[in-house]
Design a protein around this ligand. Structure first.
Ligand code: SAM
Ligand code: SF4
Length: 330
């Protein structure tokens, strides 16, 4: 156990064992709530190099972070993604390496990812109907993504989770299909409440479905909320006596959501984001240029922690400066 001076803590006493590290903004999908017009290059600053990523991971690990999730954009589009995984996995102190992916080419690559050191995978699937899946993501790849789940389980992944954004009028009629889907599988499926970002205001107005509505539907079907483990993040988890799979709800608009915040974010260009819905990031890039800067890097991160607010202001319709979640890693 590290002493409190070296453990990342904010002014509200929250600790941060978990880092979400974006490795690219680029995405090959065009999810209608995220990048409906596809990826557009933002500025000419390059994404973090493998050396810079290695330094970020080492600095956080030295301050008590033991879980890292690689995300994006679509993290697997980076040609050096496997190398990034190997670097993070080999960093002392990192006990859990996870990633979030749209599942593109997962059947072919799941084993490679596991061998490189990834142990937990979140696969985004917003519909179990091929035409609806295509409508939401602009890719006709549902079958491939479903095969990817089996490939991840076969490869040995310890945790395979599905991320599903339930959208009013688009896929919310599939709730029972999703529950059936996990019934006999060792999967955890998370319903994520649609979040308003700068770019999706009208879409949000048309398709937002509250986490409370989903929660009510689950309890009406006999799902029971389980007590959260100490240090667990903001997902509320449910089990059902007839289901092998589990269901989670991530409802950022719910009261007290931020009380259990245990994560920080680094953007693909090296900015520290204290909140998904903050007013921007704090660039750490100048501290990532040499191994000799490790102490200065850690001091800078510690210093920035005092700016972490107790909560986001989504309820007041303030979703901060985030254009879409691909920009800082959802
Ligand atoms: N491309 C990868 C993927 O889709 O899994 C990783 C990045 S994506 C930004 C991470 C997660 O954020 C996905 O599960 C996606 O469905 C979710 N997401 C993106 N935009 C969102 C929004 N506005 N509200 C809620 N979830 C969102
Ligand atoms: Fe790409 Fe993921 Fe955003 Fe979909 S949710 S557009 S897969 S970054």
């Amino acid at each position: 156990m590290k002493n409190d001076q070296t453990v990342l803590t904010d002014t509200f006493g929250r600790r941060f064992p978990y880092l979400r590290l974006s490795v690219t903004d680029v995405c090959n999908f065009r999810c209608s709530y995220c990048l409906p017009d596809g990826y557009k290059k933002s500025g000419c600053e390059p994404f973090l190099s493998t050396e810079e990523i290695g330094r970020v991971v080492r600095a956080f690990a030295a301050m008590g972070t033991w879980k890292i999730r690689l995300t994006g954009g679509e993290p697997t589009v980076r040609s050096d993604f496997t190398e990034i995984v190997e670097i993070a996995a080999a960093t002392p102190g990192i006990e859990r390496l996870a990633f979030t992916t749209n599942g593109y080419r997962l059947p072919e690559r799941a084993e490679e990812f596991y061998k490189a050191g990834l142990r937990a995978i979140n696969i985004s699937i917003d519909s179990l109907k091929a035409d609806k899946f295509r409508e939401i993501t602009s890719h006709d790849r549902l079958e491939e993504i479903l095969d990817g789940i089996d490939a991840a389980l076969d490869a040995g992944f310890e945790a395979v989770k599905i991320n599903t954004v339930l959208l009013k009028g688009l896929n919310d009629d599939e709730l029972d299909d999703f529950l059936d889907f996990v019934q006999d599988k060792p999967l955890s499926l998370r319903f994520i409440e649609l979040m308003r970002t700068l770019d999706n205001q009208d879409y949000y107005g048309a398709h937002h479905l509250s986490g409370q509505t989903v929660r009510d539907r689950l309890t009406a079907r006999g799902w029971q909320e389980i007590e959260r483990a100490e240090g667990a993040g903001p997902a509320v988890e449910f089990i059902h006596p007839d289901s092998r799979g589990r269901i989670g709800i991530i409802a950022p608009y719910s009261k007290d959501f931020c009380k259990t915040c245990n994560r920080l974010r680094i953007s693909a260009k090296g900015a520290l984001h204290l909140c998904l819905f903050g007013s921007g990031g704090y660039s750490l890039r100048e501290y990532l240029q040499s191994d000799d800067q490790m102490e200065a890097l850690q001091d800078k991160i510690m210093e920035l922690m005092r700016f972490k607010r107790s909560s986001h202001f989504l309820q007041q319709n303030d979703s901060g400066a985030t254009p879409h979640l691909a920009s800082i890693g959802g």
